[in-house]
Write a protein that binds this ligand. Structure first.
Ligand SMILES: [Zn+2]
Ligand SMILES: [Zn+2]
Length: 342
């Protein structure tokens, strides 16, 4: 089969690899129908994720059809169409029993990180019963690819941890795919204002069409303090992963507010406890657990959520090298999510 293979920092190639085989009785082998590229894949290609070895197939999102199941898989059969969670979970370890699938002792984020991923014609999914989801009839597959990672990430790490409530003033720092996924799912809770902050005018324009009420491209701290009459916001969501964007969050948070960090940080940030200690605020961090996938599937099915709006580019899977070129140049290409069809 063909697959997108990592060969060390800056090196990727679409090449021949052996088709995966069942290695545990709880595994399933899938033929990939749709997959996508994540910002995390670009981090890997920059060499930011040292656990990824030369020769690994990238990708942790997608839709597939079951080709083969191990003897212990009971929830799926050959021919079933399934959604792949970016997080693999056994369902029975201590972390899984707390619903913290991201810290599963024999799973977590392993696809396209520690084991071969989904940017390939076929993939092996461990713990298939608890890591795959049946696709309801009539739902668009490309839309559902957004539920493997970015929608649950925006919702769980941003919206749930930020405890967004009706009437809240929310600021989302970063209008990339994750920030926009947070914006879409924040609206489940009817906040009064959703302020989007980004330096990219096109992304802000997209945010506006997704329901943002205010757009800010520079002087974010001053602008937000002015907008809130000096009080600050109820919820500040960090969706970039840089010291500067975290600093915006701690500068604009109001008394009793919540800072929800979603971004992946490679550098330490300066925490201004000398200003925050008396403000009754909460700061949260989280890896996505994808526990919200069943709920998100229902909301998409009922037309309450339209994540297909995040898809800007489509390619056949065998043109994935070109798709990476576009995604790596996202600002100029106005790219958000890229769909690859096998
Ligand atoms: Zn991802
Ligand atoms: Zn587990």
């Amino acid at each position: 089969m063909k697959a997108l293979v990592y060969h060390g920092p800056g090196k990727r190639n679409w090449e021949e690899k052996s088709k995966p085989i069942l290695s545990n009785p709880s595994d399933a082998i899938l033929r990939i129908s749709k997959t996508t590229i994540c910002g995390t894949d670009l981090h890997i290609l920059k060499g930011d994720v040292p656990g990824v070895i030369d020769g690994l197939i990238l990708g942790h999102e997608g839709i597939g059809v079951i080709e083969e199941v191990g003897s212990r898989v009971s929830n799926f059969k050959v021919g079933d169409k399934v959604l792949i969670s970016c997080i693999t979970s056994c369902g029975i370890c201590d972390a899984c029993k707390k619903g913290m699938y991201s810290h599963c002792e024999t799973g977590g984020w392993i696809l396209g990180h520690l084991i071969n991923g989904t940017q390939a014609e076929y993939v092996r999914i461990p713990h298939a019963d608890t890591s795959l989801y049946h696709i309801p009839n009539g739902l668009d597959e490309e839309t559902l690819v957004m539920l493997s990672d970015i929608l649950p990430t925006g919702f769980e790490c941003g919206v749930l941890n930020g405890q967004i409530k009706p009437g809240d003033t929310v600021a989302i720092i970063g209008a990339g795919p994750i920030g926009l996924a947070t914006l879409l799912t924040a609206q489940f809770y009817s906040p009064a204002e959703i302020i989007m902050v980004d330096t990219d005018e096109n992304r802000l324009y997209v945010a506006k069409t997704f329901g943002a009420t205010r757009l800010i491209s520079n002087n974010a701290i001053e602008e937000i303090m002015k907008l809130t009459n000096g009080k600050g916001v109820d919820v500040a969501i960090e969706a970039v992963g840089l010291p500067a964007t975290f600093d915006i969050c701690q500068s604009i948070i109001g008394a009793g507010g919540r800072i929800a960090n979603v971004g992946v940080h490679g550098k330490s940030v300066e925490l201004h406890l000398e200003k925050l200690w008396s403000k009754n605020i909460t700061i949260t961090t989280r890896l996505v657990d994808t526990v919200s996938i069943p709920m998100l599937l229902k909301t998409v099915q009922l037309g309450k959520l339209s994540p297909e709006k995040l898809i800007t580019h489509k390619f056949p899977l065998n043109e994935i090298m070109k798709a990476y070129d576009i995604f790596e140049n996202a600002a100029n290409e106005k790219a958000l999510k890229v769909i690859l069809t096998n």
